[in-house]
Design a protein around this ligand. Sequence first.
Ligand SMILES: Nc1ncnc2c1ncn2[C@@H]1O[C@H](COP(=O)(O)OP(=O)(O)O)[C@@H](O)[C@H]1O
Ligand SMILES: N[C@@H](CC(=O)OP(=O)(O)O)C(=O)O
Length: 542
Amino acid sequence: MATATYLCGVKTPFHFSIRPPLQYSRSFCSHQPLNLASPFGGSIQAQTSCLRVVCNVQNVHVVTRTESPQGLIKQLSCVMKFGGSSLASAERMKEVADLILSFPQECPVIVLSAMGKTTNKLLMAGEKAATCVSAVTEIDELSFVKELHHRTVDELGLEKTLITDHLEKLERLLNGIAVLKEFTPRAKDYLVSFGECMSTRIFSAYLNKIGVKARQYDAFDMGFITTDDFTNADILEATYPAVAKRLRGDWIKDPAIPIVTGFLGKGWRTCAVTTLGRGGSDLTATTIGKALGLREIQVWKDVDGVLTCDPNIYSGAEPVPYLTFDEAAELAYFGAQVLHPQSMRPAREGDIPVRVKNSYNPNAPGTLITKSRDMSKAVLTSIVLKRNVTMLDIVSTRMLGQFGFLAKVFSIFEDLGISVDVVATSEVSISLTLDPSKLWNRELIQQASELDHVVEELEKIAKVNLLQHRSIISLIGNVQRSSLVLEKAFRVLRMNSVNVQMISQGASKVNISLIVNDSEAERCVKALHSAFFEEGDLSDIN
Ligand SMILES: Nc1ncnc2c1ncn2[C@@H]1O[C@H](COP(=O)(O)OP(=O)(O)O)[C@@H](O)[C@H]1O
Ligand SMILES: N[C@@H](CC(=O)OP(=O)(O)O)C(=O)O
């Protein structure tokens, strides 16, 4: 296979490949004058040169290289993602715009979540529409969403018509939910999508108003193809080339800062709007970073980076300067809300650094997440808590030495489509926790019967003890020094009279998980945090 790549600006933007057996002809057409608007204002007189590759089968690839009088024009360079916490008001939108413009050397792709708590409000409005008898217009959450967006448009000096269509559609959708008295996962995804659709339209219009050329994109219309698992869809491989083609194509034709809806996609079978799970805009950002092979992915939050523990549990949590993709993935998977559980995957695959920064405090260095880092001094990086976990103790009813027991147990989970989080096994017994993210979005009643069904199936081959209201405390760090970590952790837990019910050191080599009662969990995290990060006596055990 022959591969040609033009180097334009910061990163390699074009790749095309031709399989040797195909006949192809090439023609160059050069020096076609083109008027390009610079996204940061003004226009650039540019020329393009095209390399046209015509294959004798069905594909025609046209690769275009764009040049300004000074040379090649800048290419999209990084992703900047801003979450709801960074975009809570018109004032915040202005500050985010200023923040973006304070990096004139960058040509960013901007990914936005819904404003403030819009997603929660929309979900609540949907629940109320499905269960209440009063008129949809009386739902407080709908009034809140309308008021927030109207006020923002007004304060930014934008046309009211910018969002009228969306607000009308939103109300009609809630009326439909009220008539059907049903709020399906598919309806949930369509309903919450209005949040991102409106925030991106408002922000893009504002940038254009202040003279920065921007173009709004709905992710479900620009190539984000997902599974049809509403409320928790996975991104499919076809997304990467589709997104790259669309963003690059538009940028070359008419450069404008892309403003993309986070969190959303399009189901590949249903063609309906899907969402990537709560906090999914982080995943949108890393997917775009990988698709375009960008230099860096920035996720701007309301905290000074990834912290040593959840600041809502312990306000003395400190920023962690460096993390590996593996550490960040474990941290996110085991419950740190700051990053979406799947968001590290595209960044790791594309080997693109992720920087977590604070939009309220841009000068703080934040956290840099890369493939590897110097672990020589690392012991513990962060403590993560996942609450309300269900644990199962499963003991084989057969004699010791019974082979195939583990396989049978896991095939039951596979058949029922339930993910397992933490596992500890012996030849005849298994203790495990169930991944609540796979149960979160389902109706409570369904959850209960689902668990009953799991137990029923398992009881055909084992004695089962179902233990609810447990927490997983994950110690993320250098498992090469696990003895040190465990020694200290158990000393702290013993001093706090906490009994650990299960322990697992994952194959990931960055995580030790301890299972304790929900009621003891926060106390444990605080005590562990203070022992590992504040008392400074790690050197003792070193
Ligand atoms: N280990 C952690 N480090 C940083 N923030 C954390 C951590 N654990 C939980 N959080 C919470 O995550 C929040 C940021 O994530 P999120 O609300 O999803 O941001 P955004 O809406 O900007 O994407 C913080 O405000 C903080 O309360
Ligand atoms: N708005 C969605 C998606 C998202 O990523 O939000 P945030 O970036 O504010 O966590 C949610 O609340 O889940």
